[in-house]
Design a protein around this ligand. Structure first.
Ligand code: MIC
Ligand code: SF4
Length: 652
């Protein structure tokens, strides 16, 4: 039987297990990268594990999120990250060098590799034929400490592409918006999307990366393209053709599901507030007046994309009621735009140029005003993520965004009467890695510098025998990690300080959450009840670590998003599922839930009988913990588990 790309790459990296759908497998990892907002914790955890040097072949520490230096916190964290990288043997990408995923694609990613990143958009690297997955910081730390990475073997979906994009009006962004329209933000959970078919060769590597990047919004484990001559040309242009190898699926490869997309049949699409899957053709909502446009982010900020945008802006002006913000993805992109004159076209039209980083995508500046409509080439439009709960964020391609910035309203780019350049990948990129600091030869002598914002990593005690806890909050379907642990300019700088950041847990939904949770903690702990796809979105482990700090013992939901479920387990919080989803209605905020024989049930992998004290009713809860996950929950989380394992190994 033929093999698909996922099976081929996994087979080369398999440490333990069988590549059968749903069964746990452990994989050898070639690269681990971190970004600053999740990286401070990841590197503190690495330090706490007590290993001298990273044990994966390549490790890179990026700084791209926490760039607004409005006080000591962010710059102190940058210094910590830089010194930790030298000490432990990682490359360090300095602030200003750009967004982790874009740089990694340009300078480090390799076809056939397996990579992990402490950010949910790590699958961007799938555009080059690498299997790259988003993980929590603690998972990254343990893998850097030499442990293999465990996941359940996902289903593999073939996305069969035919035809050609109708450039310049229809772009790679429209391909992934079309998939989101069809499959929704839950459609990818437990699945890897592998792209194939004759349409693949129509797409450049950076176009492919746009698609794999935003596969994260489907909830997918990751997405991957074949590595072909197009990939080779990209690597050659990046001065690293030697990293190329061909990777393609066998003719008779099998898949769990097939989705067909005819690229020629696509039209410009837009995701409406407040979810990336709320997608319609732009023409259906044309004519709405807009207030802001943001172009860039890890989804859409490669050189060809930005140069196309410049061609729209050249000689024109941004509509007078619109504020246009542009954040190019990397220094390489920025410098090339500056040298070829595109930057002048952008500035000339009235764009507000931002540094190469995440910026408005995560509410680090550039928030829209009250009631304002913001059109963004980014990947997430969850309510409030832009820094204003009372704004309306839409997602569209960079070309559509640029046209709208000029026209001042929602408009189908085909109808705008603007000539747009079609830009392909250049034959040579400008290579200047002077913002990437290599790891030192000998780290032992390097002092790790920690500013006053950096606090210790909190630890949880082992699982208790009995649970009696209050339901602190009951929420609905598709709760995002932005709901649980907001980002933005006020909260992000607290990522290294769990006691402080925990005050913001669920603050956008219920400002009394943290106070009530702490009260319940003193009485035995709290529980959160959720619906389907609980914890979708980012990889931020703070959405588990901070609730743990507040005494949350379990989350009971109809289903979980992959990375958040793993983060809950890593911090010793039980992810429990309703055996009968109808029982969601039998439990309400304020109820007390009692579960006896907790440790035994976890150890044996059984089902849990939960009694709702006030009502005297009982409901069944289940979990599908692997053996490793059961051990983590029993130990109180991954860090206590690893520390114990290391000290036992030392004693033996
Ligand atoms: C995001 O896009 O939500 C983030 C900010 O990049 C997160 C990581 C974080 O919260 O630090 C992600 O996507 O994982
Ligand atoms: Fe940064 Fe936005 Fe990409 Fe997250 S999605 S890594 S915040 S650019």
């Amino acid at each position: 039987m033929g093999k698909n790309i996922v099976q081929k790459i996994f087979e080369e990296h398999l440490v333990e297990g069988r590549l059968e759908k749903g069964s746990p497998i452990t994989l050898r990892v070639d690269e681990v990268y971190t970004q600053d907002a999740t990286g401070t914790m990841a590197w503190l955890q690495f330090e706490a594990i007590g290993i001298e040097r990273v044990k994966v072949p390549l490790s890179v520490s990026y700084v791209d999120h926490n760039m607004i230096q409005s006080n000591f916190r962010n710059p102190d964290d940058h210094v910590f990250l830089q010194t930790a990288a030298k000490r432990f043997g990682a490359y360090f990408s300095r602030p200003g060098n750009g967004i982790c995923h874009q740089i990694n694609l340009e300078r480090f990613a390799r076809p056939g590799w397996i990579g992990l990143g402490t950010d949910s958009h790590t699958p961007t690297n799938g555009g080059i034929g690498m299997i790259a997955m988003g993980v929590g910081g603690l998972d990254a730390a343990t893998v850097m400490a030499g442990m293999p990475y465990e996941i359940k073997m996902p289903e593999v979906v073939l996305v069969r592409l035919t035809g050609k994009l109708n450039r310049p009006y229809v772009t790679a962004m429209d391909v992934i918006l079309e998939l989101l329209r069809r499959l929704t933000v839950k459609g990818g959970v437990g699945r890897i999307f592998e792209y194939g078919g004759p349409g693949v060769e129509d797409l450049t590597v950076t176009e492919r990366a746009t698609i794999t990047n935003m596969g994260a919004e489907l909830g997918a484990t990751t997405s991957v393209f074949p590595s072909d001559e197009v990939t080779r040309a990209f690597l050659r242009a990046q001065g690293r053709e030697e990293h190329w190898r061909e990777i393609k699926a066998d003719e008779d490869a099998e898949y769990d599901m097939v989705v067909d997309i005819d690229l020629s049949g696509l039209e410009p699409l837009i995701a409406q507030p407040h979810s990336p899957d709320n997608v319609v053709p732009i023409r259906e909502i044309a004519g709405k007046r807009i207030n802001q446009v943001c172009i860039g982010s890890c989804t859409n900020s490669s050189y060809p994309v930005m140069k196309t945008v410049a061609s729209v802006l050249r000689g024109r002006k941004v509509a007078e009621h619109v504020s246009l913000h542009i954040n190019p993805g990397s220094k390489q992109v920025y410098e090339m735009l500056a040298r070829d004159g595109s930057l002048a076209d952008m500035i000339g039209a009235g764009a507000r140029m931002l540094e190469a980083g995440c910026g408005p995508c995560i509410g680090m500046g550039g928030s829209p005003g009250t009631g304002h409509i913001s059109i963004r080439s980014y990947n997430r439009n969850f309510r409030g993520r832009c820094g204003n709960k009372d704004a309306f964020v839409y997602l569209a391609s960079p070309v559509s965004c640029a046209v709208m910035a000029v026209k001042g309203e929602i408009v189908d780019p085909r109808e705008a009467g603007i000539e747009i350049e079609i830009v392909r990948e250049p034959e040579e990129f400008l290579i200047n890695d002077n913002m990437i600091v290599p790891p030192g030869e000998d780290g032992a002598s390097v002092e790790i510098v920690k500013g006053p914002n950096i606090k210790e990593v909190p630890l949880k005690e082992p699982l208790s025998e009995r649970l009696e806890a209050e339901v602190i909050l009951k929420v609905g379907d598709n709760i995002t990690t932005d709901d649980i642990m907001p980002a933005g300019a006020q909260v992000l700088p607290l990522r290294s300080n769990i006691p402080e950041i925990s005050k913001y847990v669920y603050s956008q939904i219920d400002p009394t959450f943290s106070e009530r949770a702490l009260k319940a903690k003193a009485l035995g702990g709290g529980i959160i009840v959720g619906g389907e796809n609980y914890g979708q979105g980012s990889s931020r482990e703070h959405a588990a670590m901070a609730p743990m700090y507040l005494g949350i013992k379990a989350v009971i939901a109809k289903s979980f998003a992959r990375i958040h479920r793993a983060n809950l387990i890593n911090f010793g919080i039980l992810p429990l599922r309703f055996k009968d989803p109808a029982d969601y209605d039998n439990i309400k905020q304020g109820d007390s839930v009692v579960i006896e024989g907790l440790t035994e049930t976890v150890r044996e992998g059984g089902e849990f009988l939960a009694r709702i004290k006030e009502k005297g009713i009982e409901i069944w809860l289940t979990t599908d913990l692997s053996e490793r996950e059961r051990n983590l929950i029993l130990a109180g989380g991954l860090l206590p588990y690893v520390k114990k394992a290391i000290s036992e190994a030392k004693d033996a």
